[in-house]
Ligand binder design. Structure first.
Ligand SMILES: [Zn+2]
Length: 547
């Protein structure tokens, strides 16, 4: 803006001038046709090429984008607003076009709650090049040109001369083929969800509105009647380790039939593997609070999750010591009322680089914690697991078994085979971490009744349907993002009173995150009004239970 007010005596740059309406049209066309590759790809698929619908969509959206850009072309606001729109659209187009990401409310929430080191992996050379070409260069052009604004009364008149016909064209185009558009939008909600930068900006606005309201939410008590029905027969404390996994997809677990041996250690343990388990969401910020909540996926909302105490609180009400160890981006408010340790905050150089740690950091302190157990206890270990795109940083060299593995967070620089190799090494490492936890519990069977339950928070796309990473809206999420591994290990005493053949018979049944809350209460022998035996995967297998 300073360029506009240079004194007449200053050497003037020969800056090209452009009318505000003309610039608005150029920006509208740039946004609609340069940063909307994913949207137009979907439009062509859903409407057909060539098709009457597609032509009308082009005309209608051009008119709408032009009307919107002209509307905001107000003196002093034009440049910053256009630069903001171009930069937002360029950022969103990178993730949409490259990874198939849809930037909805949950994705923005997940991004806002992620750590700097995790987000840093997404700032690759490819991303910076993309931003230079599609955001920086057009922004510099917008900043440098001289915009001719008419006097205000004339401007209002001429802007309306552009805006009103544009809105009329948009309406006419929509109405000309209203049935096709209505049916397409209803059937393919992802089409609207990829319109750039409309959806990303609307999602950020919705997030800001929701997060402002959430600040005042206080969790209401849940299960305050909870109590342990009876101590163990031997009098030893019950200890359950809940491993909240990260980004592990069931498709790559050999326990579930994957052709590569990614679970060599767990397959030697006496575990139950539930093959058909689905997640509550496709991103940590949704799935994690949902897993620990009393609500089923059908009932759960982000607000309900915050408004109500969760599994770890109910355990506390029952007099059980509950603790949370985090090697990820935090507990998403689940552990707000219990002892909490963040290992990425500690940044122990033996396991961590720049506040990002391998999961052996969770194992390092486990012996001491287990040796200190005196009473019934539950420890939640929140892994980094298989979180991408830097899969190669999740496992040490000893677990670099599938090679060549992708050694960069720039997935575009690796072949699909290299990406899958790196990902499978992360699964191999999680297999080792889980098996080590089981061994540590087994070694202490003389002084505690141990068990372990593991569920991943969501899965991951590794190029299927052109998608990478996770966080797709649930209604269109591919199974790779929602089909998750679920492992249960019961120690000698935890197993007593449970029909093993009955449990084996249940491992092929559909299970989900809905089961975590109630299964853990059952494992810890807790009675409360909020316990639902129908959702406890073990309840009908307890001896004496009606199956
Ligand atoms: Zn996650």
């Amino acid at each position: 803006m300073a360029f506009e007010t240079l004194p007449a005596t200053a050497p003037r740059l020969a800056r090209p001038a452009i009318g505000s309406a003309t610039l608005s049209v150029v920006v509208a066309l740039y946004l609609l046709f340069v940063t909307n590759g994913t949207f137009w790809g979907k439009a062509v698929t859903y409407l057909g090429l060539p098709s009457f619908g597609l032509i009308l969509l082009c005309i209608g959206l051009t008119a709408l984008f032009t009307a919107l850009c002209v509307t905001v072309s107000v003196k002093y606001l034009t440049k910053p607003l256009f630069i903001f729109l171009v930069t937002s659209a360029a950022t969103a187009s990178w993730f949409m076009d490259k990874y198939g990401t849809i930037i909805d409310l949950d994705m923005i929430r997940n991004a806002a709650e992620t750590t700097g080191s995790e987000a840093g992996h997404l700032v690759t050379a490819g991303f910076l090049t993309h931003m230079t070409v599609f955001a920086l260069v057009p922004s510099v052009v917008i900043a440098l040109v001289r915009i001719r604004h008419r006097p205000i009364a004339q401007k209002v008149f001429w802007n309306l001369v552009v805006i009103l016909p544009c809105l009329a064209v948009f309406t006419a185009a929509a109405l000309a083929n209203v049935r096709t558009f209505a049916a397409t939008i209803r059937q393919h909600r992802d089409l609207v969800e990829t319109l750039n930068p409309v959806t990303p900006i609307a999602s950020v606005a919705r997030y800001l509105k929701a997060s402002g309201a959430e600040k005042n939410i206080v969790a209401q008590p849940l299960g305050t009647d909870a109590h342990v029905i009876a101590p163990t027969v031997s009098g030893k404390p019950r200890v359950t380790i809940i491993v909240a996994g990260e980004t592990a997809r069931a498709d790559d677990f050999s326990l579930g039939g994957y052709s590569r041996l990614t679970n060599p250690e767990l397959s030697r343990q006496d575990i139950s593997y539930f093959k058909e388990t689905s997640s509550c969401g496709t991103a940590t910020a949704v799935s994690l609070p949902c897993m620990f909540s009393v609500y089923t996926r059908g009932e759960y909302t982000h607000e309900k999750g915050l408004e109500t105490e969760n599994l770890v609180d109910v355990l506390t009400h029952a007099g059980i010591k509950a603790e949370w160890w985090d090697n990820n981006t935090g507990s998403k408010a689940i552990a707000n009322r219990i002892a909490y340790t963040s290992f990425s905050d500690r940044n122990d150089p033996r396991f961590c680089i720049n506040h990002e740690c391998r999961d052996d950091v969770l194992l390092a302190g486990l012996d001491a914690w287990l040796d200190a157990v005196k009473s019934d206890s539950v420890l939640v270990l929140h892994q980094i697991g298989s979180h991408g795109p830097s899969y190669f940083q999740r496992y040490p060299d000893a677990f670099r078994r599938f090679t060549p593995d992708c050694r960069t967070s720039e997935l575009g620089n690796c072949s699909r085979g290299e990406i899958v190799n790196a990902y499978d090494n992360t699964v191999l490492y999680t297999d080792h971490v889980l098996s080590t936890i089981i061994d540590k519990l087994k070694n202490r069977e003389n002084r505690m009744a141990g068990s372990m339950i593991y569920m991943s928070d969501h899965g991951e796309s590794l190029g299927e349907h052109g998608l990478y990473l996770h966080g797709a809206p649930y209604f269109i999420a591919p199974s790779q993002q929602t089909h998750i591994p679920f492992v249960l290990w019961l120690g000698r005493e935890a197993k007593a009173g449970i029909e093993q053949s009955c449990v084996a018979g249940k491992t092929g049944e559909p299970k989900s995150h809905d089961n975590l809350f109630h299964t853990v209460l059952g494992m810890m022998n807790v009675a409360t009004r909020v316990y639902d035996p129908a959702l406890d995967v073990l309840s009908s297998c307890r001896t004496g239970a009606a199956s």
